[in-house]
Design a protein around this ligand. Sequence first.
Ligand SMILES: O=C(O)CCC(=O)c1ccccc1C(=O)O
Ligand SMILES: [Mg+2]
Length: 371
Amino acid sequence: MRIAEVTVRRLRMRMKEPFSTSFGTMQDKQFLVIEVQDENGNCGWGESVAFEAPWYTEETVETNVHMINDFLVPLLLGKDITHPDEVSMLFSSIRKNNMAKAALETAVWDLYAKRNRMSLAEALGGTRKEIEVGISIGLQASFSELVAKVQGYLDEGYRRIKVKIKPGFDVELLRTLRAAFPDVPLMADANSAYSLDDIELLKELDAFNLLMIEQPLGHDDIVDHAVLQRELKTPICLDESILSLNDVRKALTLRSTKVINVKIGRVGGLSEAKRIHDYCMEQGVPVWCGGMLEAGIGRAHNIALTSLPNFIYPGDTAGSSRYWEKDIITPEVVVQDGVIAVPRSNGIGYEPDMHAIDNFTIGKWCFSAVE
Ligand SMILES: O=C(O)CCC(=O)c1ccccc1C(=O)O
Ligand SMILES: [Mg+2]
């Protein structure tokens, strides 16, 4: 297939409620939507998960606009591609900027699946017909509000609860939750809020029978996490520290982590995400799919990826209505009884809603290959 056109749209959408983590609060979300077109007019869709500010990784919406428009699109446009695995090789001269690369690469995966009349899940080798999902709940103003939120999501059927923690909102917060929900699959995500100086406090979390603790230490660390894991019963799960299969290999060698949170954007695309999945499966290490407050297109890519067999724990991919009054795909992503049915129609299996997309678009760039 020849990549004949690329359209980059910058969208702004307001989330139903703010989302707070150890590094701050956000409610307005800007992100990029990518449309790639082949020589026959088939379209593939991708979403950049970079945020407006660089608190999760160093990438931002603006750096993604720059990288995509000025470096990555010129490497992709007009190229003949037989398989989407080739896209990351086309981009190999560009260091890092994984979210920018993934936005384009995932769009090519969708296009490839559509051309071959298969679902994206099928193209990736996914086997599950439905996926179990959990929910990630941001820091709340009070413990009672948090308990009420958890109860609400359990009532909706979510299969696993993840809460954010930070210094001062950890031991008592989790004690309160465990008292209210003794048997619920529960985990905590610190988004790098602690250091090895907090080791005694982190050991107290072993009392709460958590499924895992996500990224307690430095965003780029795999050495201190190995020291911490030796002292903890609770499995550590790395998120921010994992940017590639090589990072996974090194973290497992050091025993820094027992579970991997796979995010397509953070690792540079679906091909690398699948390689990480396959490697972890060989090693007997479970993985699960993280979230980046995505709109529908990013959500659809997560669902397809999660259909692979070693996605053992429920992921963070909630239904569209968790964040959005109105999503940018039809139908919207629906969670019923804590599961999402993996779409069987071609590509991502959801139709981009052009009316909604146009409504939210605040910037647009179009590129065509020269004939
Ligand atoms: O609901 C989601 O999409 C995931 C929410 C979440 O935990 C998160 C949201 C934004 C940035 C980082 C993270 C994270 O997993 O650390
Ligand atoms: Mg995380």
